[in-house]
Design a protein around this ligand. Sequence first.
Ligand code: SF4
Length: 475
Amino acid sequence: MGEQAIRILMDPSQDDAAYIRQVAEVKRAVELWSMDPGFARRFREDPAAALAEHGLSVDVLSVQILTSTELATQYNAGDREKIPLAARRYHAFIREKRADRDRMAREECVPVHPAFRAWRSRQLNRCWVELGARNESLIHVPLTFELNIGCSVGCPFCGVAAPQLEKVARYDDETCALWRGILEYTKETIGSAAGSGTCYYATEPFDNPDYEKFTEDFFEVFGIVPQVTTAAAMRRPERTRAYLEKMMPKYRRIHRFSVLSLDILRRICDYFTLEELLFVELLPQFPEAPFCRFANAGRARSGKIRTAPESEGSTICCLSGFVVNLAGHSIRLLTPCGASPEYPTGEQIIARETFTDLADFRRVFEGMISRYMAEELPKTQPLFLRPGLSFEATEDGIAFSRPGIIRLKFCGQDDLPAQLYQDVLRKLRTGGKSAMDIAGELLEESDESPAHVFYLLKKFETAGLFLEPYECEGK
Ligand code: SF4
């Protein structure tokens, strides 16, 4: 093994076979712990035998530390240098993946189009207020594609309640020209963030017989291989393997297999090597798996499935932007929200339209941006604070809170004293006053500078605290 204690696994130039094998073994042990209902007991009774049963020779202590909160706390608190190398390397890989996800949310998914960028940023901030910690894992992709209508898998827990598979887009001359045109146009309009999404959403990527061809084009335009999450990895495992073998050397990234049963888990582990699965997360999606946790969204809301509590922010939607369906020639504009009777799939679907050809696609895409995505705070539009928030005056300003989720404080200083925050809040609480109304009233009542009032209102708007104009209809 190379001398380097920690390597960047997402960087192929740092590849080392023994290092990769070691991390892949730890990953498998942790996956067995989280998915195989009998593994934890077998491991506790005879750790070495439980690992050997799965062909793993990684040291026992590494797996113990990674699967026991108590042990992890103990080693992290006092005996960090005694943590075995395998555990440290696995942990470094997890940190690497998290940093990658955070970078996507912060940089790669940010559109260059100013109005789209401002709108996405408001949605992202709104989700902190509405979904709390759940928002950490939502990267708010601005654009994603579906190559099919519906999904053949029919998972009873499907968080987006995908309907049955109805149609797939085939890679013929006409569709190929439209596809390439859409990719190039969206790249021109919103920049490289147009390539930050996937080629599936409420669909199964491998339902499409031409998935490979479509994603080759995607790679040519964006230089990115879109991430795959498939629940059909074992439908034609040779296809799944061929796809990974072809695409991983072009663009290393994390893909995901949804594991729908213990039997599928075993088949995946038998078919693929540990190394092949290092960059593939196995997601426990069957109730017997100890770490299975379905979001209470979509079909999982039927009441027949044990789900995470709604207070955890029930949504699997990680988009604040467009879903373009190539098979149905449709565009939907959506953003995450907590699933509820009003929004059962945890998505706020703001608009949905069809298009006929590329010119029409451009018209619909541009139309939705200009209709729904305000870049600046509209000065004459009535403002409404989001429902479900509590507001209070504090000693140094004001605070917005959602019990158990967030408390957001705005503190006065210098030109913007606490009193100004409180005055603006007082005006907002009645609802329906525009920025101009509020600035005018405060100028008259207390000689407040309109510029300061607008500045504060902009701050609240950016924090996602106001309903968007399209949410105010009928108010
Ligand atoms: S969870 Fe995924 S694979 Fe399952 S039905 Fe929904 S879209 Fe299809």
